[in-house]
Write a protein of this length. Sequence first.
Length: 131
Amino acid sequence: MSTNHPPVTPATLAAFSDAWNRHDIDALMSFMTEDCVFQTAAGPDACGTRHVGAEAVRKAFPAAWTSMPDAQWRNGKHFVHGDFGVSEWTFTGTAADGTRVETDGVDLFTFRDGKIHVKNVFRKARPNLPK
């Protein structure tokens, strides 16, 4: 039996982005498949760090706002084409030493069954700004 799922739309990605800005892990995970994959912007591997499965992703997502409690993804632009999507944004936050981060980035998404299956992050490398 085939189940029809509503497609992911730019509005879906905007709502996902809003959940990031609220630092709302439960809302974020509601957008993800059970076997989701999250590839970070930095890490030891070519893909950054790869987290697989809802439990691992749930633990990994909050690292952004744990290290920068005021983390925000601003000026979002969201695009969807079939099972693929892109969100462009500017990441802002304050590092532990008081310097500021402001850098552009994108998320590349793969969708399955109306949810995000893969979230792959790319962020520009830029020195932190003075306090």
